[in-house]
Design a protein around this ligand. Structure first.
Ligand SMILES: [Zn+2]
Ligand SMILES: [Zn+2]
Length: 307
């Protein structure tokens, strides 16, 4: 039986034959191509697997499914453009005292907490209260994720990475970091933590509770993790760099939802790899970092001999 996924791939292949060299795409071609990509990303069609793509975002021939080994397990990650919540994953979770009476989240919204007007709205980019919807954010962000959907294997290293197939200007929202909302677990391996992003959970704590001796203290660590090992958006393929060109931020879509999103820190050229900084703890835990930057925090032996 032909699945939605087969159908989309067949359409993409036909389209590729039609336009010949993707580098010569006209504006009309690009618009059509983007419409096809959007079909690939349409929600509600069941799992769509990630495929190795060429520098233009087309699936390679024959389409090769991305397989990753994380924490000694092999996964064929699935594409998911929105977070999912499964209450069963929270049955054994104990809410920290900080949040008051113990109450396990029962819904995606409860899990992420209420949108805070102090966070930036990802739809209108305002720090003021606004009435944007999650749907409006999706429309705004569409152009960003269409420019960064190509997943390629990095020669020599063998890992997959996320690459730009179009020019991306500084400040562009590339995509939401999405996955399954699960309790944060400090015991996950370093491999696994590369596929996690965390958010403070539950009803949003009152900032007044963060004042000790008249000083504002940082919020406690996030208690909900966005786990993208099995399902997630394309940005789950972003690798670490000590000098990244993108970063994760927390934001809100109007009054509807809180989310973690990826924003370009500078202009990014077509075919450039899109990277974020996984943080000091992560580089500390690694034997060596492969980012290759002059200012790398954990350069390998080879690069030290060169410098
Ligand atoms: Zn807004
Ligand atoms: Zn590095």
């Amino acid at each position: 039986m032909k699945t939605h996924q087969d159908e989309v791939l067949a359409t993409l292949r036909t389209f590729r034959r039609m336009i010949g060299i993707p580098g010569n795409m006209t504006e009309d071609d690009k618009r059509m191509f983007h419409e096809y990509l959007e079909r690939l990303y349409e929600p509600g069609h069941g799992p769509i697997f990630f495929y190795v793509q060429d520098k233009y975002g087309f699936p390679r021939h024959p389409p090769t499914r991305v397989t990753t080994t994380i924490g000694a397990k092999t996964w064929n990650p699935e594409l998911m453009t929105e977070n999912t919540f499964d209450a069963d994953r929270w049955v054994n979770w104990t809410q920290p005292d900080f949040y008051g009476a113990n109450k396990r989240p029962q819904s995606l919204k409860e899990c992420l907490g209420d949108p805070n007007p102090l966070e930036q709205c990802v739809a209108c980019r305002s720090l003021e209260a606004c009435t944007c919807t999650y749907k409006e954010y999706k429309r705004t962000a569409r152009n960003g994720w269409l420019k960064c959907t190509n997943i390629q294997r990095i020669p020599d290293i063998g890992f997959f990475g996320l690459f730009a197939h179009d020019f991306i200007t500084q400040g562009t929202i590339l995509d939401e970091y999405s996955g399954e909302l699960v309790p944060h677990d400090d015991t996950v391996s370093d491999d696994e933590s590369s596929y996690w992003s965390s958010l403070p959970c539950g009803p949003r704590p009152n900032p007044a509770n963060h004042v000790v001796d008249g000083e504002q203290v940082p919020r406690p660590h996030g208690h909900v993790a966005i786990d993208s090992r099995v399902r997630g958006s394309a940005v789950r393929f972003m690798n670490h760099s000590c000098v990244p060109n993108a970063a994760l931020f927390e934001g809100r879509a109007g009054t509807e939802r809180r989310l973690v999103f990826v924003e370009a820190l500078r202009d990014i050229w077509p075919e450039e790899e899109i990277t974020i900084d996984y943080g000091l703890d992560w580089t500390e835990s690694m034997d060596e970092c492969l980012c290759g930057e002059v200012e790398c925090r954990k350069p390998g032996k080879d690069s030290m001999e060169l410098s």
